[in-house]
Design a protein around this ligand. Structure first.
Ligand code: AMP
Ligand code: MG
Length: 720
């Protein structure tokens, strides 16, 4: 189902009307229509007014056959068990009715929510779960502090409230006062349900398609983007509803519809949770300057999400050959970054998001390739040619404004447009002149020493392909062809986190003998930057599942992909893989590769996680071999294979079949590959000693000095 009209409402639990002048902490409603540029915003002083406006709007849209998705920034559901305790049924909509039967909310915002909450608390043992009220209330059943509650038996948060900044539903007073907003909001929405009957569906509790669909939203999900896109001095509430509505209106219809159906059917769900990156790129796309992306269909701007099971390996696979693992990775991933337009001069390192064509031919006009004398070829012949010179000359940037008569010549310099009457140029060195006549040996070749217009690139011809990582020469070409702006992908944000109880975050801190400084994080952050990604430092966490989970949550918000190191194997201390197995969707890939243990691949809240080995040597090899092409693909630049060179070996080694091996290597003065003396996987010095890797094939090999081997310089891996 698709939605034609998106409504986003910032609700308020106030007890009196908001100021006459539009202000914050009041009710704001944004209306965005699919395909329309403008987002309409309205300010309301009371819940009564806002509800009337919504009812009228829904009526009008229904009459016009437009489907409405309306989102509200308060919880639609409560932690499991609450609905049953209040209404006798584990049905959140039975709870809605029970709450609306109790709530009184007058046209001037005066209401009985604290009394209702105190009554509801009576249904539970102990004190709570609701809390927070003005001191003046003095009802012992509703404590003023959360810490005064006990034994009420309800969990503090819904599953979806674990997201950053979300407040628990029990809190009625001060910051957020989410609990009050919900009690008062649910009662109002219940009145809309009564009014519209089966024409209104509340997600995710009701699954039927209806002209009006209500969902729960949380504008803070895209807070940084809202901040970036807000107008100067715009009231935050207004900016939030306006930008979120525009973002939702940008999403592909199927994608948005699928999102409305996600979540828990009792506790409810925040629309878009786990899809923050997508929402943010949709928001940016909604407010991006259209040119030169205007020809691209809007929905193309939104890359689809990666599927949660995208890394699954077929059952029963034991050791996966490197090439198979790479092919699998290539199939599983696709670009995930949003788009923007940049001035050409600032686009180096970015990935071109669309093919671009020449705006003007290069060169735009026929011109001279040398310094010499120009004339019409038809008036010359064989033997010595003597041509009288016209006065003046043609130079680059100083076109000759007259025609050159047949049988005459003109002094012409490199880059000068050929004057009318000139089609051929003789090189200065092949002539003699007394300043009135030029003499040379004929015959001259027709059009000699001239450049045709468009001989490099003709106007409208393809200039640069989509997916190109823009390098200095590409900027030269785009500029020469009059292309002042380029549609590019936003940089892929790569979060890097190190794990391990033994790790000390940085060498500026003391390390006990049983501790080691974090070597992987600076390495992986530098790799990501060198690959033109935005490196996001997620720091170091000890081997503690809760702390790792919290850091991954942070990573999922701040990055498009997360690289972890350490704890990725299957042993007792391998907390990353244990956690990913439990709460993400882990696929441990046992790759037939040395050095490198299993690579842990998982989706965490919609964000892919590459669990790299802790060992710095293995971490680097796995990052170069697997993460680099994967990140390149996700960044929009396509899959990449490092360029290697066949060189003679300067070492001896015998290797068994069954796995691929990478050796730390560099070239000797005579171009042979020597390898680091120790293959020990803890030898970080060897990584630094090397300039590249020697790749030994999966099959058995016996290398002796002179055997051709494949050497891949660090530079071929984009390593700086
Ligand atoms: P793990 O994969 O966690 O079992 O770690 C394997 C080895 O790599 C252990 O010797 C760790 O101490 C070491 N290691 C893990 N993470 C790092 C790091 N960030 N920097 C340096 N060494 C590490
Ligand atoms: Mg460890």
């Amino acid at each position: 189902m698709s939605f034609d009209t998106i409504v986003v409402v910032d609700w308020s639990g106030a007890s009196s009307p908001s100021p006459v002048k539009p202000s914050k902490d009041a009710i704001w409603i944004a209306v965005a229509r699919r395909g329309a540029e403008e987002v309409e915003t309205r300010y309301h002083r009371t819940r009564h007014d806002a509800t009337e406006t919504l009812a009228t709007l829904f009526e009008a849209e229904r009459a016009a056959g437009r489907r409405v998705l309306a989102g509200f920034d308060f919880p639609f559901g409560y932690p499991r068990g609450f609905a049953e305790a209040v209404s006798g049924e584990a049905d959140p909509l039975a709870l809605w009715r029970a709450l609306s039967d109790r709530i009184e909310d007058a046209a001037d915002n005066t209401n009985n929510r604290f009394a209702v909450a105190a009554d509801l608390n009576d249904l539970f043992p102990g004190i709570g779960p609701f809390w927070g009220c003005p001191d003046s209330l003095g009802d012992p059943r509703l404590p003023s502090k959360g810490t005064l509650r006990h034994d009420h038996g309800m969990t503090e948060r819904r599953a979806c409230d674990r997201t950053k900044g979300a407040q628990p539903v029990w809190k009625l007073f001060t910051t957020g006062s989410v609990g009050s907003q919900a009690l008062l909001g649910i009662a109002r929405l219940q009145s809309l349900r009564d009014h519209f009957g089966a024409d209104l569906a509340v997600r995710p509790f009701e699954r039927h398609d209806a002209p009006i669909t209500l969902v729960e939203l949380f504008p803070s999900l895209i807070a940084p983007t809202v901040e970036a896109l807000a107008e100067d001095n715009e009231i935050k509430d207004r900016a939030q509803v306006r930008i979120l509505a525009a973002a939702l209106a940008q999403l592909a219809p199927r994608q948005l519809d699928a999102m409305t159906r996600e979540g828990d059917a009792e506790e409810g769900w925040i629309l878009g949770l786990g899809h923050e990156t997508l929402l943010e790129s949709a928001a940016r796309a909604a407010f991006a300057t259209p040119d030169p992306l205007e020809d691209m269909p809007k929905t193309d701007l939104m890359p689809p999400r990666l599927r949660d099971d995208c890394f699954a390996m077929p059952q029963g696979v034991s050791w996966v050959p490197v090439d198979e693992a790479l092919a699998k990775l290539r199939d599983a991933l696709h670009p995930v970054t949003g788009l923007e337009t940049l001035p050409t001069a600032r686009a180096a390192g970015r990935v071109l998001a669309a093919d671009v064509a020449a705006k003007r031919s290069n060169p735009p006009m026929p011109n001279s390739a040398v310094d010499g004398y120009g004339f019409a070829h038809a008036a010359t012949g064989a033997g010595v040619q003597r041509l009288p010179l016209v006065a003046g000359r043609a130079a680059a940037g100083q076109p000759y404004p007259h025609a050159v008569p047949p049988g005459h010549a003109i002094r012409i310099l490199t880059g000068a447009i050929l004057p009318e009457g000139v089609d051929t140029v003789v090189l200065e060195e092949d002539t003699n002149t007394d300043a009135t006549t030029v003499v040379f040996d004929g015959p001259a070749k027709p059009r000699a020493n001239t450049r045709k217009d468009g001989e490099d690139v003709a106007q409208g011809a393809p200039a640069l392909p989509k997916g190109r990582r823009l390098r200095a020469p590409d900027l030269a070409l785009a500029s020469a062809l009059g292309i002042g702006e380029l549609p590019v992908h936003r940089p892929l944000r790569v979060g890097v986190v190190s794990t391990g109880d033994e790790i000390v975050a940085a060498p500026d801190r003391p390390a006990a003998p049983h501790q080691i400084w974090d070597a992987n994080r600076p390495m992986l952050l530098a790799l990501a930057s060198g690959w033109h990604c935005e490196a996001v430092d997620l720091g170091h966490v000890p081997d503690d599942p809760e702390q790792i989970a919290a850091r991954l949550d942070e990573g999922a918000r701040k990055a498009d992909v997360i690289l972890t190191s350490g704890g990725a194997s299957a042993g007792d201390e391998d907390h990353v893989s244990a956690l990913l197995r439990q709460r993400g969707t882990l696929s441990s890939w046992r790759i037939a590769l040395k050095p490198g243990r299993p690579l842990a691949l998982a989706m965490w809240d919609g964000t892919p996680v590459f669990g790299l080995p802790g060992n710095p040597v293995a971490a680097l090899v796995c990052a170069l071999v697997f993460a680099r092409p994967a990140l390149s693909l996700m960044a929009g630049a396509g899959w990449c294979t490092p360029q290697g060179f066949t060189v003679p070996a300067a070492f001896s080694k015998r290797k068994k079949p069954g796995r691929r091996e990478y050796l730390r290597a560099r070239l000797t003065e005579d171009g042979a590959a020597e390898v680091f003396a120790s293959e020990g996987s803890g030898r970080i010095s060897g990584l630094s000693w090397a300039d590249g890797l020697v790749e030994l094939p999966d099959a058995a090999v016996e290398v002796t000095p002179g055997t051709p081997v494949r050497y891949i310089p660090y530079a071929s891996f984009g390593l700086i």
